[in-house]
Design a protein around this ligand. Structure first.
Ligand code: GLV
Ligand code: MN
Ligand code: MN
Length: 420
């Protein structure tokens, strides 16, 4: 990297305004606020559409152009001196878990907007355009798969293959996307962007390491792989008071047998393999009726592609073998192999932190991010900041204004370097 851009990187980082960034994060966290400091802003919900309007309104007030694509990914563009040059993209997602926090995803988008403001105020001109993106439906709660926007953008998923899907609330995805496009009329429709010079995503760590070590910046080297399975267990409904055990086909009892068998199959004394049953549905979910159906939502993760393949490939057979009375159907609804980020982007982030005299640590990511899919498209990296007690996907998720600002400074300096 040319050293002549050092002053620009330092000037851009210095123009990051901690108070402004924090007040925006707080304001943004009020969109879809729930009790206990949390946020419920499910993908393409009314709350998430309000968050889109907030971003588009901010961009408009600062004279940036806004673009949107068919899967409703929303882009804010700061022009470079060479408008034809491939852009550098930063950002994250603005949807949350049902009982989510204020910073998972939102931090990366708002930090990206702060970086654009800082570049403006420091009068830093970059050769490449810089775009801040809010990817659609990273969390995968209301619609599957997660990381939907970045999957479609990167070509890992065809929108036509999922357009017929419905959300967990029965709303068709196609209708929800149309509402999202209508929510930001100032955005110009854009099919796709190619090539992309680089992608860098700022995010809270969602784990305890940075806080425990007192290090403000994580330079992410890669992301572990993930596989999601839906397990449908189909039995028969019956009266809870009158039906002898021998005549029951209790879907929930078989679901428990399946979970026990899978716990055994995925047990890992080293605690590297992550197996979670985070979603359980019991139908009809009535105390005095033997459950006729059960659905389990499984999340399986490991940094080694071979282990993830071996462990995931046997899930259907183990589930079928564990059920005593019911039929079992297993569908894989989301898969991504582990990713290793681009060496040069990693170096650029690390160099930016060093230049700004902010201590950093190289680390892997246990959570997945949109960067997982961008990594297949262009040189990609991520910047982590600590979060309180490593908690996320919960209203207790928290960061400090100083931690937010440190991440935005490193992001601003990194963008300047990548866009030079
Ligand atoms: C992202 O939210 C993940 O589940 O890792
Ligand atoms: Mn996230
Ligand atoms: Mn998340």
């Amino acid at each position: 990297m040319a050293t002549h851009c050092n002053p620009d990187r330092i000037a851009a980082a210095a123009a990051v305004d901690e108070a402004r960034l924090w007040s925006r994060l707080v304001e943004f966290g009020e969109i879809g606020a729930i009790g206990g400091g949390g946020v419920c802003r499910l993908a393409l919900s009314d709350e998430e559409l309000a968050a889109r309007r907030y971003i588009a309104g901010w961009a408009h007030s600062r004279g940036h152009r806004v673009f949107v694509d068919a899967v409703a990914n929303l882009f804010v563009r700061r022009e470079g001196t060479d408008p034809a040059a491939a852009p550098v993209i930063t950002g994250s997602h603005i949807d949350t878990q049902p009982q989510g926090g204020r910073f998972d995803g939102a931090y990366g988008v708002i930090a990206g907007l702060e970086a654009l403001a800082a570049l403006d105020e420091a009068a830093v001109q970059t050769r490449r355009p810089i775009e801040v993106v809010a990817w659609t439906n990273e969390e995968g709660v209301r619609f599957t798969p997660g990381a939907m926007g970045s999957m479609v953008f990167s070509g890992a998923l065809a929108l036509s293959d999922i357009a017929g899907r419905r959300g967990s609330d029965g709303v068709p995805l196609s209708g929800a996307l149309a509402s999202a496009l209508a929510a930001t009329p100032q955005a110009t429709f854009r099919q796709t962007v190619r090539p992309i010079a680089a992608y860098v995503e700022a995010h809270i760590e969602q784990g305890p390491e940075l806080e425990a070590k007192g290090i403000p910046i994580g330079v992410v080297e890669g992301i572990q792989g993930v596989r999601w399975f839906d397990v449908d267990v189909v039995g028969s409904g019956a009266h809870a008071g009158t039906t002898p055990l021998a005549r029951r086909r209790d879907a929930f009892q078989d679901a428990l047998r399946i979970v026990n068998a899978l716990n055994e199959w995925t047990s890992d004394p080293g605690d590297v393999l992550r197996f979670t049953v985070g979603h359980v549905e019991v139908t009809p979910n009535s105390r005095n009726t033997v459950p006729a159906r059960a659905r389990l939502g499984i999340d399986l993760r490991h940094p080694d592609a071979g282990v993830l393949r071996e462990k995931g490939d046997r899930i259907a057979a183990i589930a079928a073998g564990a059920a005593r009375h019911c039929e079992v159907c297993v569908r894989e609804v989301f898969t991504k192999a582990p990713a290793t980020f681009d060496r040069q982007v990693i170096d650029t982030i690390e160099t930016a932190a060093r230049l700004l005299r902010i201590p950093s640590l190289r680390m892997p990511s246990g959570a997945f991010h949109d960067a997982l899919f961008l990594n297949d498209l262009c040189p990609t990296g991520m910047i982590f900041i600590p979060c309180e007690r490593g908690i996320s996907h919960d209203p207790a998720e928290n960061i400090t204004a100083a931690q937010a600002a440190a991440g935005a400074r490193v992001l601003a300096a990194t963008l300047v370097a990548l866009a030079d």
